[in-house]
Design a protein around this ligand. Structure first.
Ligand code: PLP
Length: 499
């Protein structure tokens, strides 16, 4: 299976090369040259198998230049029981007769990014070996909060790699920041950026696109790669849990064979929901994909109008990992929906770059209407949802998951659709504990308490165990204190790599 760039100006590459490169050198994103169908017999084979086996079955089709043995190793290292705190890896919790929550945050950093970033480093080092890469791979990450920590944790001390994470100085929660700046490991660096996530992402993209700098780095035996969801190696492991959720519903008798279900996905960079789209194109019976946005509702507007307009105020919300105005992975969806026409994709992306807005054609829009639905929830609705879900089901959710649940209510009310629905739960409630505590315990109880007192209070109230990676973070030494101005990110890369 080969991979092609959405911009059509680079040769086709193997999966190993796509993973090693991260982003295509023509500025596009790599997509598989064909979407593999999961046959009924493969689905049957997956039924009742472990999460690791399911992952092996899906990955094998897309990473055809990896041996079965290599995939098995990557899967067992990535999804080992030492790394995830439940044997199911991605457990499905039932809230009521039509609503389930897919918990994607049982990995070491308590956010769904672990689902891909625990396995990506293993795929990456094997991809490097396969492509004859001798240089040290330098992973550059722009993070809205959760990717950074998950990537640091995944790549720490992985031989042949270094990782540099840029996060928006004022754009992450205190817990997220502490998780990153206390990161241990011999090959890691963390830098704050004086700007928002889009600034950090734009800075990283421009370093990737800087041919002169890349040449200079390669002379020093460094080659850049990405652990953001623009890397195909991030996306493909995410397809697995949509299958896993469906098969769990089947196994529990909640749905009949071939019954269509909805997935609701709290969305930022459009990576998670895109994986659900791939699952649907592979043959998973999906009715609707509901794209849940927060007040940065550029995707909701796009899905309603076909006009993508990033020219609007960037809002800081209680769901910071979704505070994004440029959703990179949308480019992949558009490429598929316009029947793989790179010229059209180039046009849209150049409009986005130059005018801040693009407008898709009628046919491409029809493809979106067939599969997607979208709404957004503001912070007030998010907090109310955390409260009402806790009161109704005794179940704690974080702010991002609450956006998903709130948008699901809007969806159900607007459409009357009663199909089984799975809401992707993208972070542990303890990771965004201040907002969750405000919702559950009330403003008064939260006043004057620090994050760690709140952690304790939430744990006691809910009776849910506090994840090991969050407990005791306040005791750890802060190892990274530097901040870069927007234009200075490259200089920091130089300094960190001593080039
Ligand atoms: C990254 C993240 C999201 C958004 O996922 P995308 O793949 O970027 O759309 C949502 N919630 C949480 C908690 C996240 O960390």
């Amino acid at each position: 299976m080969l991979y092609e760039s959405t911009r059509g100006e680079f040769r086709k590459v193997s999966s190993a090369e796509a993973i090693k490169l991260g982003i295509a050198p023509d500025g596009g994103l790599f997509v598989p040259s064909e979407i593999k169908k999961i046959s009924a017999s493969k689905l049957a084979e997956m039924t009742g198998s472990t999460y690791q086996d399911k992952a092996g079955i899906i990955l094998k089709d897309y990473l055809s230049d990896f041996t079965e043995e290599e995939i098995r190793e990557c899967v067992s290292k990535g999804y080992g029981h030492a790394r995830f705190d439940v044997p199911e890896i991605a457990p499905l919790r039932q809230l009521d007769s039509s609503l389930h929550v897919l918990e994607l945050w049982h990995g070491p950093t308590s956010a769904f990014k672990d689902m891909a970033l625990q396995i990506l480093p293993h795929l990456m080092t094997r991809a490097a070996a396969k492509t004859g890469e001798k240089s040290t791979i330098v992973i550059l990450v722009a993070t809205s909060g959760d990717t950074g920590k998950a990537a640091l944790e995944g790549f720490r001390d992985v031989p042949g790699t270094k990782i540099i994470v840029f996060y928006p100085q004022e754009g992450v929660s205190r817990m997220q920041k502490l998780q990153m700046v206390t990161q241990e490991g011999s090959n890691v660096a963390v830098v704050a950026v004086q700007g928002n996530f889009d600034d950090a992402q734009t800075g990283v993209k421009s370093i990737f696109g800087d041919k002169q700098f890349n040449l200079e780095l390669s002379r020093q035996n460094y080659s850049l790669s990405s652990a953001n969801s623009i890397n195909w190696g991030r996306l493909v492991p995410q397809i697995v849990y949509y299958f896993s959720a469906y098969l769990d519903l089947l196994a529990r008798g909640c749905i009949k064979q071939d019954e269509k279900i909805n997935f609701v996905v709290p969305t930022g960079n459009f990576g998670n929901i895109l994986a659900a789209y791939y699952a649907s194109q592979m043959g998973l019976p999906v009715n609707r994909l509901v794209c849940a946005s927060n007040a940065n509702n550029v995707l909701t507007d796009f899905i309603h109008t076909g006009i993508y307009n990033r020219d609007r105020d960037f809002k800081k919300t209680l769901s910071p990992s979704m505070d994004i105005l440029i959703s990179s992975n949308l480019e992949r969806l558009l490429y598929h929906l316009c029947n793989r026409d790179p010229a059209r994709v180039r046009g849209w992306m150049s409009d986005l770059n130059q005018k801040g807005v693009y407008n898709i054609d009628k046919d491409t829009r029809a493809g979106i209407d067939r599969m997607f639905w979208s709404a957004y929830s503001n912070d007030q609705e998010t907090l109310e949802t955390i409260r009402s879900v806790y009161q109704r089901y005794g179940y704690l959710v974080d702010t991002h998951t609450a956006v998903g649940l709130s948008v699901y209510q809007k969806y159900a009310a607007a459409t009357g659709d009663v199909a089984r629905t799975v809401v992707a739960s993208t972070a542990s409630p303890f990771k965004f504990n201040e907002s969750v505590a405000r919702a559950i315990l009330g403003e008064e109880a939260v006043k004057g308490k620090d994050e760690f007192e709140l952690l304790q209070a939430l744990g006691e109230t809910s009776g849910v165990a506090i994840p090991g990676g969050l407990r005791g973070l306040d005791q750890k030494p802060v190892l990274f204190k530097e901040a870069a101005a927007k234009g200075q990110m490259k200089a920091f890369v130089r300094k960190i790599l001593s080039v």
